[in-house]
Design a protein around this ligand. Structure first.
Ligand code: G3P
Ligand code: CA
Length: 241
């Protein structure tokens, strides 16, 4: 089973922050790091899960309504009187570049199924290529047309198609998005392993994120593997590694 850090080490540090990514980058045996990107009002690529800044920062409203300099003023509570800022994609690459060149993978999820963020695919592919990281990145989205667009721009790009159920991932694949992997919810394994056509199956989890505390439940990775899951995106990869 390959283990990824979901939004960085997001159980013990604020999700999608430089600290959460730095902690993940320090883990031995980790396959990769997953993160989410959105676009600001002035077209900067930033790493944030929600379309709104309300849940993770001290700001309010839609992220796309902020310029980058406005967004950088918002604070992410990191506990003990410390705070962080929403990172740009470039800042994350600066942080992870050496580890990515050593073999760590980066799954960049384009958060474009609510707002389409026109031109986002070109922007992220351009940045990844400029930094020489095209062999380290897997792009994913719930938005099948966006996954298709990535392959049109860069046929060598590695992609994953997201949905709740693995059958829906396969359905989108048959619709022509040309994804290289299926990214279902872990409870969405509604087909037998034999029907998954040998695709990598990278399963994601919901549940507790910083600063909430774990329930103490530990996933049985062997059972997940028997269902055909090859990789897991975990909030607390450090517990499993
Ligand atoms: O990319 C896997 C997973 O992160 C998708 O769900 O809501 O955590 O972005 P979400
Ligand atoms: Ca995600």
């Amino acid at each position: 089973m390959k283990i990824w850090a979901h939004r960085g080490c997001s159980q013990n540090y604020p999700e999608n922050t430089l600290t959460a990514f730095a902690k993940a980058a320090g883990l031995k045996g980790l396959t990769g790091i997953e993160l989410d990107i959105q676009l600001t009002k002035d077209g900067s690529m930033v790493v944030c899960h929600d379309e709104k800044v309300d849940r993770t920062t001290d700001g309010m409203g839609e992220l796309r309504g902020y310029t980058l300099s406005e967004l950088k003023k918002l604070r992410i509570d990191a506990g003990k009187g410390k705070y962080e800022r929403i990172p740009t994609m470039e800042e994350v690459i600066d942080l992870l570049e050496d580890r990515l060149k050593e073999g760590l993978k980066l799954n960049i999820e384009l958060k474009n199924s609510i707002f389409p963020y026109e031109g986002m695919e070109e922007k992220i592919i351009d940045l990844v290529h400029k930094r020489g990281l095209h062999n380290s990145v897997i792009y994913s989205s719930f938005h099948a047309l966006s996954v298709e667009r990535i392959k049109e721009i860069d046929p060598d790009a590695e992609t994953g198609i997201l949905d709740r159920n693995v059958s829906d991932c396969l359905y989108k694949l048959k619709g022509g998005c040309m994804a290289d992997a299926l990214h279902p919810f872990w409870r969405g394994m509604d087909l037998p392993k034999e029907k998954l056509a040998g695709f990598p199956v990278r399963a994601w989890f919901t549940g507790h994120l910083y600063p909430e505390k774990p329930t103490g439940t530990r996933l049985d990775l062997k059972t997940l593997e028997e269902k055909g899951i090859t990789d897991v995106f975990l909030n607390e990869p450090e517990m499993y590694l």
